[in-house]
Ligand binder design. Sequence first.
Ligand code: PRP
Ligand code: URA
Length: 209
Amino acid sequence: MSNVQIMDHPLIQHKIGIMRVKTTSTKEFRDLVAEVAMLIYYEASRNLKLADKEIETPLVKTTVKEIAGKKLCVVPILRAGMHMADGVLRLSPNAKVGHIGLYRDEKTLEPVEYFCKLPSDAADREIFVVDPMLATGGSAIAAITLLKRRGIQKIRFLCLIAAPEGLKKLQEEHPDVDVYIGALDERLNENGYILPGLGDAGDRIYGTK
Ligand code: PRP
Ligand code: URA
């Protein structure tokens, strides 16, 4: 079964608390998405392998560490994942970026794919899929299925808020994917929204509602 980490860091809890407030402005919300994503990525990247590298400081030769082996790739699920990707890129600026466009059909709640563009060497990279909300799990499962069909194997999934229903489904469908969650909420409502949640992440980031 996959490894699931629910963040208990005070900074993450504090910032997600501000995001939940309905009067938080679009700008502040957007900034917080990137900040919290960066903090979650800090944990999600903890087990990346290191290698030694010989360098010269201004004084002497020495050995330092650098991230070894596979290169990195962040894959935001559009639209709302974009600002999480910005946070990840602040810490790993050389990571490549793939995009998967999915939206939830408002009636069926099923994900509809409309875009996919990945780096040509994505299968050789460690992949961090990012999306603020894991609700029914449909979008995350569809995105990860699509990546696996393209030969991508090492996948981590990062979200700000998850519902227990979506987390269970994601673990059943993709037990090999490690999941990093900012906050695990209570449940879904009858419209597939997370409670207490923060509303529609895409609309709050882009001010579209
Ligand atoms: C939101 C969110 C996830 C999805 C989660 O996106 O960003 O992608 O819903 O729901 P699920 O777990 O039930 O699939 P949305 O479909 O609203 O699209 P948007 O990002 O373009 O607003
Ligand atoms: N998508 C969102 O943006 N918010 C939810 O609560 C559920 C799905």
